[in-house]
Every structure is written in structure tokens, then in C-alpha cells.
Design a protein around this ligand. Sequence first.
Ligand SMILES: NC(=O)c1ccc[n+]([C@@H]2O[C@H](COP(=O)([O-])OP(=O)(O)OC[C@H]3O[C@@H](n4cnc5c(N)ncnc54)[C@H](OP(=O)(O)O)[C@@H]3O)[C@@H](O)[C@H]2O)c1
Length: 254
Amino acid sequence: MEPCQKLSLAHDSRKSRGCSFAMPKRTARSLPGYAGIMSNFDGAVVLMIGATGGLGSRITTQLERLGASVVPVSRADFDLRDVDGPAKAVAATIANHGRLDGLVIAAGVVAFGPIESVSDAAITELFATNTLGPIRLIREATPHLAASAAAGRDPFIVTFSGIVADAPMAGLASYSAAKAALAAFTKAATRELRKSGIRVLDARPGHTETALSRHPIEGIAPTFPAGLDPDAVAARIVRAIVDGEKDLPSTEFS
Ligand SMILES: NC(=O)c1ccc[n+]([C@@H]2O[C@H](COP(=O)([O-])OP(=O)(O)OC[C@H]3O[C@@H](n4cnc5c(N)ncnc54)[C@H](OP(=O)(O)O)[C@@H]3O)[C@@H](O)[C@H]2O)c1
């Protein structure tokens, strides 16, 4: 099958281009060069939030190479801070594709600085983007992912709480708090959604060399030691999706 191309949320033509869905229950256990894995993702509809980002763009490319039909969503399509944005993104995906088999939430913002100087605007944006938006997305996606499981597929959710969820950092207190809240939600969701056949994978990499820290919504990034290679982080996450892993703590990225 010809790999499906990226689609905008608003202008979907994948169904008319005949992308079929045939992802069986997980069968692949390894990912050397992705050989032999392609059929696992053929036609799997994966909603990618943060598709313009350093990690989201790479995961999109890698999933598409495996045959997934990735629906790339960026801030231009909907803003995670909008209360009704997640419902619209999921509804548009279902309207255009008829199903949902994966949700990757690779969007986020960071702010740096001491506790006494963080602004109300930054606190609000950190929690709206990193916590509330992802929670609403998971809520909206859950019935459709459960339907995917009921149809015999292997639906998944990927979140990015990051290493700060496990080890909150000085100078990143509000960001750490927003991510720790997301991690708590995903941990509960992992347990709750298991019975519906939905796998929730929370990725907690350490500092990674994307543009995230170079465009904080407030403050200036400290000088970090060299971070992780974003290609390697993306590949590790895709491998975890394929292999049916259930958690991705920071140690999995070192
Ligand atoms: N890089 C790291 O060191 C690191 C480590 C651990 C965890 N993480 C987490 O991993 C995720 C991806 O990070 P990244 O490194 O790929 O960052 P990135 O390159 O800065 O990409 C961030 C993405 O989030 C999107 N976004 C930001 N605010 C949004 C909003 N209000 N509504 C919709 N989309 C929004 C951006 O869209 P636009 O392009 O339109 O702005 C972009 O696609 C984030 O949640 C981040 O916190 C990153």
C-alpha cells in the first residue's frame, strides 16, 4: 500500500484515497529497521497533537513509515487552551476517517524562572496547554479508542509528561507541577482504560534537543548540558508503541 500522506484536519481525503485499516492485535516484538512491521500500522488512524513540534514531527514521520494514517494537528488547527478544541479535533478526525486508533499528545510549552516571578499568564498557559488540554483530549478520544479495541485493534495514547514529572526541577516549578498533574492523570488512565483495551503510555524523557527550551512562554532557559537526540527519543517512543510497552520512564531514554 502506498503510504498515506499527511492530512490537515480540515481537508481530509484519506478515505477517498482508499487507505484501508488492517492493524491486527499487536504482533511485533521488535523494531530492527522496522522490517516486517509495516502491516501492523497499515491504515491505523493516529491523531497527532503537536505535529509541528520537534518530537511530534519526528514521530509523525516514523509512524507514517510504518503505514499509519497520521492526522497531524497543529496550533493552526486548534489551540489546546480552548476548552472545546479537543472535542472538535477528535470529532473532525472521526468525521473524516471514521475511526481513531491512536492519540499522541506531543504538544506543550515551557516557562523558566524563579517561583516569585512567574506570572499569572504563564501559570495559566502552562496548565491549560500541558495539563487541561491533554486531559480533555483523552476524555474525548476514549470512546473511539475503546471502539477500536472492540474491533480487535490495539489502540494507544501517548503523553509526554517528561522527566520533571518524576523529578520536579528548580527554576521549572510551574512546568513541573503541570506535567506532574498530567502524569498522575495518565497513571490513573492507564489503570482505568486497560479494561477497555486502551494502552496509555506516558513518555518521560529528559532534556531533548528540540526548540522547546528556546521558545519558552516566559523566562530564559539555563544552560543545559547536551540533551537527548530527538530522533532517538522519537524512535524509542515508536518502538514502545509497536512493542506494546506500558511505560516510558526517563531511564528508558538514557
Ligand atoms: N524537548 C524536551 O526537552 C522535552 C522533554 C520532556 C518532555 N517534553 C514534552 O514533549 C512535548 C513535545 O515537546 P517538543 O520538544 O517537541 O517541543 P516543541 O518542538 O516546542 O513543540 C511543541 C509543540 O506543541 C505545540 N503547541 C504549543 N502550544 C500549543 C497550543 N496552545 N495549542 C496547540 N499546540 C500547541 C506547538 O505548536 P506550534 O508549532 O504551533 O507552536 C508544537 O507543535 C511537550 O509536551 C514537552 O513538554 C519535551
